[in-house]
Write a protein that binds this ligand. Structure first.
Ligand code: TYM
Length: 327
């Protein structure tokens, strides 16, 4: 049976970019393959952080994922730092990863440019990501578009390690990405990818009022200045959000109303807000129930960590054997 693995940083907010690019797909795929989902807290510490906040964010992310529909009775949800083999395998992979491959990573180049002092952790970040995936020998990795380069590196690492230590067997499979039609959600500024660090997000658990306060001023087609100007739906971020949240008939209607100036942008946003409510209300109400019962969240994570520790130990045993560390 195919095995799926994916991860998310406990960054403090599960936003609709995460949801549409990855998590919604996790929820669908968990019924089709053995699925493991990881809250990657070791990845999250490459930027300065408050230890007390990290604890809260880990719990909040788990709660958000369960509310979004991850079902711990069919898939496995756990916290990366509960399974120490992730960092053990990352160290081993450090020794087979060419430095040039790391320096070429777009995320490293972008982030390091904005930093005064760059840590080795930022450079080595994708090696830990490869260790996450390969530790469970996963075949498929559902992610948003921004993770494709990291995933390509995971395949390079698998290939290199296999060539070096397991020449006649593919000990580590080369993991393939699984994308959604909404693989890159833009932020409300319409300029850059939706991301917590850009401050342009809509949180999956935000209230109807909070979402409307963000949607109302959100950037649309920049050429549409007056209500009577016809718009071009394809260049409008709100139209793309309609495609993600509204039924096909509504999307078609929106496109006609926009391009004939039948609706103003606020009319269009009101319809989007309604479509979002339809999808988000059940998620919000599951989140409210989980907030009343934090032990349920913790016990899902504990069970997930138990299961993953056993799987991880097994893989590491094979790695140690092939690398000459046993006996
Ligand atoms: P992270 O925490 O930034 O994001 C989690 C998932 O959400 C997707 N995503 C988006 N998709 C579409 N549009 C957006 N605006 C958007 N923003 C985020 C991401 O592509 C991702 O799938 N390095 C990873 C975490 C990680 C990981 C792993 C992922 C660590 N180990 C192993 C897969 C497998 C990251 O920072 O994701």
């Amino acid at each position: 049976m195919a095995r799926i693995f994916s991860g998310i940083q406990p960054s403090g907010e599960l936003h609709i970019g995460n949801y549409l690019g990855a998590v919604k797909n996790w929820v669908a795929l968990q019924h089709t393959a053995e699925s493991i989902f990881c809250i990657v807290d070791y990845h999250a510490i490459i930027a300065a952080y408050e230890p007390a906040q990290l604890r809260i964010r880990r719990h909040e992310m788990a709660l958000g994922l369960l509310a979004a529909g991850i079902d711990p009775t069919v898939s496995t949800l756990f916290v990366q730092s509960d399974v120490p083999e992730h960092t053990e395998l990352a160290w081993i992979f450090n020794t087979v990863t060419p430095l040039g491959e790391l320096e070429r990573q777009t995320q490293f180049k972008d982030k390091s440019q904005r930093m005064e002092s760059v840590s080795a952790g930022l450079l080595n970040y994708p090696i830990l990501q490869a260790a996450d995936i390969l530790l469970y020998r996963a075949d498929r990795v559902p992610v948003g578009e921004d993770q494709l380069q990291h995933l390509e590196l995971s395949r390079v690492i698998a290939r290199r390690w296999n060539a070096e230590f397991a020449a006649d067997e593919a000990y580590f499979p080369e993991p393939q990405p699984v994308l959604t039609p909404t693989r890159r959600i833009m932020g409300l500024d319409g300029q850059s990818k939706m991301s917590k660090s850009m401050g342009n997000t809509i949180g999956l658990l935000e209230t109807r009022e909070a979402i409307w306060a963000k949607l109302r001023p959100a950037v649309t087609d920049p050429k549409r200045i007056k209500k009577t100007d016809p718009g071009t739906p394809e260049v409008c971020n709100i139209y793309h959000l309609h495609k993600a949240f509204s039924p096909p008939e509504t999307v078609e209607h929106v496109a006609v109303q926009c391009s004939t100036a039948g609706w103003g942008c606020i009319d269009c946003k009101k319809v989007l807000a309604e479509s979002m409510e339809t999808e988000l209300v059940p998620i919000r109400s599951r989140a409210a129930a989980l907030r009343e019962d934090p032990a349920r969240v913790q016990s899902a994570l504990d069970a997930g960590a138990d299961k993953c520790r056993a799987l991880a130990r097994e893989t590491i045993r094979g790695v140690r054997e092939r690398m000459g560390f046993d006996g």
